[in-house]
Design a binder for this molecule. Structure first.
Ligand SMILES: C=CC1=C(C)c2cc3[nH]c(cc4nc(cc5[nH]c(cc1n2)c(C)c5CCC(=O)O)C(CCC(=O)O)=C4C)c(C)c3C=C
Ligand SMILES: [Fe+2]
Length: 488
């Protein structure tokens, strides 16, 4: 470790399953040894005095709802700024305090074959892909979280829900040109990141691993092994962590890594979330500022952050930090805008709910109607949970919500584009990768006890058959049926 770097042990984040209720899990902040506490406070004070940002790179422990009896643990890496949300800090464990600047790439790292794995959701490239893509999505136990006893229903339910949902989804993808732009944009981001790393003197291969469509994470992993990468940084392209997005992709990685001796030894650093990075916050503020100035009366514009929702139970029962991170992210962006003399009113709502359960509130569509009724005339929609254009920006926001807003009395509508390959943003991602490298370490191997693939084939066939019947009966309920077909 280079000079000026202090290693501290802080606290850990874990996602723990409780014994009496397998679906209830909680996040816990556990204090670790803290023998460098006073030095750390000095650094904090120094940083506040000099107004220099204090960066912290942390390795944390995370476990996902993977259905195993033992909660899964792995070494993760997360660069976080020392900002606290209501006195709480998630995810921090072993920390490297950097002196504001990204440290140079050390000569040790120059000897390595570095890989960066970008994780993303993936999207159907043609209308023909829509139903199988939806099947992959709903078959994910981090997307439909069934109680352990009912896990055997996962695949039959996914089959039925994907068939029910496909017509509605296809309409959406047809409206944006017949498929998702996610693969193209993520590939462009990967190329831009490679160039940005090169400019910062780090030669790295950048791979793309999608969770539900091509190129699948498994394909990227195969290529990483073929290229004999010796250090890997994993970077989910979701600024905020959710069990349903980054958590799900990381769980897939864990299970692949656990079975392969090469990956079990490979030093890996996982950047769980990066919504609080200064480069990201400033890049978002740049985009908002530019868009707000295009209104005839910029000071009257309501900044309307719209985030992809998750079911409420994720946050309230499973301890998903998504809502807290989202709220903190918006506070940071608004602080940045205020510092630029843009103190506009703002609000946050959640979009894209699917199915019969309650999702994070308030809902975007309901808030738009309320704002119209209250006499708000100018609205600037800001998609906040994702960094590429996709169906929920191009169809849901640009078409459905715009139409709803104009119908509800809003006269001036604008939308901030997704970050895509904005150079300040890509440069900040490159910094995040460089900061993450020193803490790469081999992922611990833990046993994943929930695996359909390990099941005896006869037992599997019986479960699928029974599961299909039960799932079919459940979906005959008119309320369930329409909630998957119609709600967005
Ligand atoms: C932070 C981003 C996202 C979260 C959180 C998230 C959770 C989540 N999503 C669904 C269901 C669907 N998501 C769909 C597409 C989709 N979702 C995200 C992002 C998040 N999802 C993206 C980027 C996309 C892909 C868009 C594309 O352009 O292809 C879909 C399919 C589209 C549709 O039919 O609406 C579904 C369904 C759930 C259930 C969930 C949390 C549990
Ligand atoms: Fe989604």
């Amino acid at each position: 470790m280079g000079s000026g770097v202090l290693q501290l042990k802080l606290s850990s984040f874990c996602h723990r399953r409780t014994n009496n209720s397998p679906e209830l899990s909680c996040h816990r902040i556990r204090a670790f040894t803290f023998n460098a506490k006073s030095t750390f406070h000095c650094l904090l004070e120094d940083s506040q005095r000099s107004k220099k940002p204090l960066e912290m790179a942390a390795i944390s422990h995370l476990a996902s709802a993977d259905g195993s009896d033992n909660f899964t643990k792995t070494s993760l890496h997360k660069p976080v700024k020392m900002r606290h949300l209501n006195g709480q800090t998630f995810f921090s464990t072993e920390a490297y305090v950097l002196d504001g600047e990204v440290m140079g790439v050390s000569s040790d790292i120059a000897q390595e074959r570095v890989g960066v794995l970008l994780l993303n959701l993936g999207g159907p490239e043609t209308l023909h892909d829509v139903q199988p893509f939806l099947f992959n999505l709903f078959a994910d136990p981090d997307i439909i979280r069934l109680p352990r006893l009912f896990r055997f229903l996962q695949q039959p339910l996914a089959q039925l829900i994907s068939i029910l949902r496909a017509p509605k989804s296809k309409e959406g993808y047809a409206a944006i040109g017949g498929g998702s732009p996610l693969r193209r944009i993520t590939d462009e981001q990967a190329r831009a990141l490679r160039v940005a790393l090169e400019e910062k003197n780090l030669h790295a291969n950048v791979y793309v691993g999608m969770r539900y469509w091509h190129p699948f994470t498994e394909e990227a992993i195969h290529q990483i092994k073929k290229d004999n990468i010796t250090k890997l940084v994993v970077l989910p392209l979701y600024p905020q962590f959710s069990i349903s997005t980054s958590g799900s992709s990381i769980r897939v990685l864990q299970s692949i890594f656990r079975e392969d001796a090469y990956f079990a030894r490979l030093p890996v650093s996982i950047i769980e979330s990066w919504y609080q990075r200064e480069g990201y916050i400033k890049s978002m503020a740049d985009l908002i500022e530019k868009e707000i100035l295009s209104f005839s009366e910029p000071e009257e514009v309501m900044i309307f952050f719209s985030a992809h929702g998750v079911p409420l139970s994720y946050v309230e029962d499973a301890g998903d930090p998504y809502r807290d991170q989202m709220e903190e992210c918006i506070t940071l962006i608004m602080d940045e805008l205020k510092s630029r003399g843009i103190p506009n009113n703002h609000t946050l709502a959640y979009q894209s709910r699917v199915g019969p359960v309650q999702w994070l509130k308030p809902y975007t569509d309901e808030v738009i109607v309320e704002l119209g009724q209250k006499g708000v005339e100018s609205l600037l929609a800001v998609p906040i949970s994702f960094v590429s254009e996709h169906i929920e920006t191009l169809e849901e926001i640009d078409m459905e919500y715009k139409h709803l807003a104009l119908q509800s009395g809003i006269k001036n509508w604008g939308r901030v584009p997704a970050l895509g390959c904005t150079s300040s943003f890509i440069s900040d991602l490159a910094d995040a990768v460089i900061e993450a490298l020193p803490s790469a370490s081999a992922m611990s191997s833990t046993k994943d006890t929930y695996r359909d693939a390990d099941m005896d084939p006869v037992q599997y066939a019986i479960k699928m058959f029974l599961g299909s019947i039960i799932a079919f009966i459940l979906l005959l309920s008119p309320k369930l049926f329409s909630s998957f077909r119609n709600s967005v």
